[in-house]
Design a protein around this ligand. Sequence first.
Ligand code: 3HC
Ligand code: NAI
Length: 704
Amino acid sequence: MSQLIRYEVRDRIAILTVDNPPVNALGPGVVEGIEEAVARANGDAGADAMVLIGHGSTFIAGADIKIFGTIKTREQSLARSEAMHARLKRIEDATKPLVAAIHGNALGGGLEIAMSCHYRVMAADAKVGQPEVLLGIIPGAGGTQRLPRLCEAALAIEMCTAGKPVPAAKALAAGIVDDVVSGNLLDGAIEFARARAAAREVRKTRDLTTKTDRNAGVAACAAARTTLAATAKGLQAPFKAIDAIEAAFTLDFEAGSARERELFADCVTSTECRALVHMFFADREAAKVPDVPKDTPVVPIARAAVIGAGTMGGGIAMAYANAGIPVLLKDVDDAAVQRGMATIRKNYESSVAKGRMTADAMARTMALITPTTNYDGFDQADIVVEAVFENMDLKKTTFAELAKVTKPTCILASNTSTLDIDEFAQASGRPAQVIGHHFFSPANVMKLLEIVRGKETSKEAIATSLALAKKLGKVGVVVGNCFGFVANRMIAYYMREAYLLLEEGATVSQIDGALTEFGMPVGPFGMQDIAGIDVGWRIRQHLKLTGQTRAEGPQSEVPDRLYELGRYGQKTGAGWYRYEAGSRTRIPDPMVDEIAAAEAAKRGITRRKVTNEEIISRIMTALANEGARIIEEGYATRASDIDAVYCYGFGYPRHKGGPMFYADTVGLPTVLERVKEYREQFGDYWQPAALLEKRAAEGRGFHS
Ligand code: 3HC
Ligand code: NAI
């Protein structure tokens, strides 16, 4: 009997417990073990029925995601799927009632196993889901065939194409599970199993007809394809999931399963799958900092305070309140703090209007944010986040004050985007507690939290920040204290190439179009119109004073010309695009292209036709090369951290795996070749990073 499945009989019910920490994933031996245990219970004269349950915090979280990387060919995939389908059928053929008892999550292969049991009962706070699409695959263990036999087509399609898990009450109402247990789950499942045994009831999901009939099912699939054409551009897995579900309506179970295996094989061998699996692990790797052990003490964050109720401070306060953490929000005077509170209220009201939040939840969440103009209550805060103007003297004064009004264990975080946090760490006199918490705008929405460690930042402050990021629903990535940290340092290269391509002859809408086609949610110019052209201008002025540049090479003056014209972006109705009053629709403006042509003439550039291919190649090569330099210099721990930063900070498409993973898919020798070509063509500011040269020479990728 497998070590991974425990077998015991309690009051004539066999209990099969999956014990494969941490999440009972279906690693080698697990499904085999379940099959063996079912066979044992079938032959056990002392058992009338069986319950399959998970040990620890969850039922089964799905296939072992690491395995997907080992499937290299369609043939390997088909062989594995065939074996899996056969095993699940043998489990489903159990001769005594088999009940899945679900707590935590039954996800992917976990739900597919549960659906291969005869019945399912669920804890009230548990969830079931088919999140495979988030990994670039489709349910591959019969999920696309069994799910539509339990619930309506629309829900099966939604679960398999969006990947969002469904809570117990909804799963029960839909027919995916048979009961929700409010008390002890195992006791409830045993009772349920005993009743089925008494009634001699065994129900195989695969023998049921689909809950929606053939015509309506096919129509639902067609409608979903139309919707996805707009929402899932560039992805293949959601469409393959619909094809597989459609087969449940048009074919019998055997033929439908064969179709699922074919479609799964298309997906698991795709770059989309490799990239998304890479991102799954990148998210989790980011929380691991080599010199900060897992058992580093963490300061519990029960109360927070934010200084500066502007764009960022307001959003940060919302992020805390959304996580249920009471937060003080301080600004210089009543007018400023009330302005901040009014913006917060407006944001929540808009969520309520869109049905994303109830009015009650809004009232509860707003009540967690207390506006203030003084330091009363700061002595209770476990963390303070500073988000005042980007000014070194002001920040130093603020940190010195904070050290006086907070308790000695309080973490003092700064949301600075460009300043050296070591300077205000010194000003505080408590440098071990000082750390950068670089949120992205809007801070209540964007998932990235760059955690910037200073020279003297303590391991406890880092571990606390990582735990806190998770609590705030963010992906925390620890980075070093260089100018622009990782995200803004990278974006400087992204923008440099965009400006230069514009001067060379591409248009604003062509460059933005090429990047949105690539998968970015918005192109570089559209993005700058949202952030404000004045913001970049201010940073450039500051750098000019100190004789620095953000990215070496020619510094385009096109954005300065726009700034001088008062074209700051959406907020002034014009920037890189024009905007009608009250609208955010980007209207291309030939005037901007004329400015670019004039600036190009000043710099002696002969304008030419630039292809979309070149746009992507230049921008992506610049990103990968700079990313390699950041790793080389020790400001990022690993390439996947840079991928996480770019995906969560700027919306880089996860299905391309981030800029460093994308470079790996292009091939590092090709990327290196391109850097050298650009050096020849444009000048010595293109220099290959040593790490890029090394990895290319070794035949390795950034991630291998
Ligand atoms: N395979 C391998 N490892 C997994 C895993 C899986 N399915 N699910 C989680 N893990 C690992 C994580 O990498 C992490 O490892 P680490 O501690 O070394 O970093 C550890 O388990 C804990 O995971 P989390 O940090 O994510 O823990 P949470 O408690 O926050 O979340 C969870 C738990 C909701 C189960 C979340 O881990 C999750 O969503 N997992 C993935 C679920 C999934 O996508 N399942 C479908 C797989 S594909 C499939 O089943 C195909 C089938 O159709 C054939
Ligand atoms: P903002 O101008 O919108 O808000 C700053 C607020 O700080 C104002 O309300 C101001 O009254 C207040 N303030 C000034 N001095 C204060 C003091 N002594 N005590 C209390 N409040 C004081 O600025 P924004 O955009 O919110 O930026 C704040 C910080 O966040 C800056 O360091 C900025 O670089 C950084 N940042 C900004 C991002 C953005 O997209 N706007 C993104 C990431 C970081």
